[in-house]
Design a protein around this ligand. Structure first.
Ligand SMILES: Cc1ncc(COP(=O)(O)O)c(C=O)c1O
Length: 448
């Protein structure tokens, strides 16, 4: 081991020891949880936390507190939903008011059309909207609808894009370069137990030739192209100039639907999401995370001619808790807050996010690290590599061990970030929070 590397490991060990020393109550709870929850967590990705998953008691605005009473500035934001921060007053008041009425009806109520009216007035592709409870679920509704409309079985997705954990879409996501090359456009499964009936056709993000080849190889078989309008889930890789327009054109020519998965980008990169930010309107779009402001809610927006298949029951979309009033009370309050220009949500996110990401890069470069940032101010990536990535394979050249050490050092400094390099900002963060975060990053940068 080279001397520099040895000293990095030594710093990481010290940081880990420091975090362990002040999070003993989380460790106790983690050990207790492991006895009764697989891996001690409720969602597999949370196992990646170093040194172990922390347990939280409450949050407010941009801050959360753990079981030992430690306070953190939060840029994980529950993996994205908390665009208005923890416990935003407008949302909690709306939920509290609804609690006095009822938890759920399994039947119609005013909040359903009230949220749908707001949603359709904001989202360009949406004449109508239907609700479910998670992003995974709502993507399945979109893909089923596309199959019904086109009478075709397959769909095209891109390497590195995530559309939930269902068998049909959990393919070619965190795969290695070798696996993707060997598969040559066939889907690469991720985990044991997945059904071996691939309906996914895989192409490379930002690569026109690869999309054209996929349609040539599967003539008349592709029902839809699905993508995040920006690959936010895996590296924050923006669409190259003209690429979304190209997808719009090819899908129209080929009789396939264009689906934007706006689970992350929706109401975040702009009020009208990725389709607003990049100016391309898909046929269908899926939403979760920000729309529920921390409650379980997802939505599919689409043109009426497609949604008619759901209206008359040709396509089945069901769910006991669909449109539940607690989530919709939260959504109505969140959408009203986001859409009110006087709240200045988007200009603030732009200003604070830009200052934060540029500040982080300057600090890390000043400490001698090779680092890039890409994405949008409201959700961006910090990665230790020389060049911005244009596709998933290029993200694989990042030094992920170094990022993990940086994230651990930040945690020790009282700043929470996701383990994969993605940073979320919220309307609750202030200039003073950014100052504090950059000061913490200054101290952490010397330790990686
Ligand atoms: C782009 C994208 N689509 C779909 C999903 C799945 O959403 P959920 O976790 O609510 O099932 C996610 C989750 O992170 C996502 O990032």
């Amino acid at each position: 081991m080279a001397a520099g590397e040895q000293s990095n490991r030594f710093c990481a060990d010290l940081r880990e020891a420091s975090v362990r020393a002040k999070t003993g109550k989380s460790l106790e709870r983690f050990e207790r949880s492991k006895r009764v929850l697989p891996g001690g967590v409720a969602s597999g990705v949370r196992r990646a936390a170093r040194p172990y998953p922390l347990f939280f008691t409450h949050g407010e605005g941009a801050r959360v507190w753990d079981a030992d009473g430690n306070e953190y500035l939060d840029y994980g934001l529950a993996w994205g939903p908390l665009m208005l921060g923890h416990r935003p007053p407008a949302v909690t008041a709306a939920i509290r008011a609804q609690l006095e009425k009822d938890l759920t009806f399994g039947a119609q109520h005013d909040l359903e059309y009230e949220v749908a009216e707001r949603f359709t007035s904001i989202v360009p592709c949406a004449d109508q909207v239907c609700f479910a409870n998670s992003g995974t679920e709502i993507v399945q509704v979109a893909l089923r609808l596309a199959r019904a409309v086109t009478g075709r079985a397959k769909y095209l997705k891109f390497e590195g894009h995530y559309h939930g954990w269902d068998d049909s879409v959990l393919v070619s996501y965190k795969s290695s370069r070798e696996e993707l090359e060997a598969a040559d456009g066939a889907p690469v499964g991720m985990a044991m137990g997945q059904r071996p009936d691939p309906i996914a056709v895989i192409a490379e993000w930002n690569n026109e030739a690869s999309v054209r080849r996929a349609f040539e190889r599967h003539p008349g078989a592709i029902s839809a192209v699905i993508c995040e309008p920006m690959l936010a889930n895996n590296g924050c890789v923006e669409p190259a100039a003209g690429f979304l327009e190209l997808l719009r054109k090819i899908t129209s020519e080929q009789g396939a639907l264009l689906i934007f998965d706006e689970v992350i980008t929706g109401f975040r990169v702009a009020l009208a999401g990725g389709q607003g930010r990049y100016g391309v309107t898909p046929d269908l779009a899926t939403y979760a995370k920000a729309i529920g402001a921390g409650t379980a809610l997802s939505a599919l927006g689409g043109r009426r001619e497609f949604m008619d298949y759901i209206a008359d029951g040709r396509v089945v979309h069901a769910g006991s808790l669909n449109g539940n009033p607690i989530s919709l009370a939260a959504a109505r309050a969140a959408l009203d807050y986001l859409a009110e220009p006087a709240n200045e949500v988007y200009p603030r996110l732009e200003r604070l996010g830009t200052r934060l990401r540029e500040g982080l890069v300057a600090i890390l470069r000043g400490a001698g690290h090779v680092v890039v940032t890409q994405g949008e101010p409201a959700v961006f990536q910090i990665a230790f590599r020389a060049e911005p990535a244009r596709n998933y394979r290029e993200t694989l050249t990042s030094d992920t061990q170094k990022y993990s050490d940086f994230a651990l050092a930040l945690l020790d400094e009282g700043v929470i970030v996701l383990p994969d390099g993605r940073w979320y900002t919220s309307a609750a963060h202030t200039e003073a929070d950014i100052d504090a975060t950059l000061a913490a990053a200054e101290r952490a940068a010397g330790d990686v």
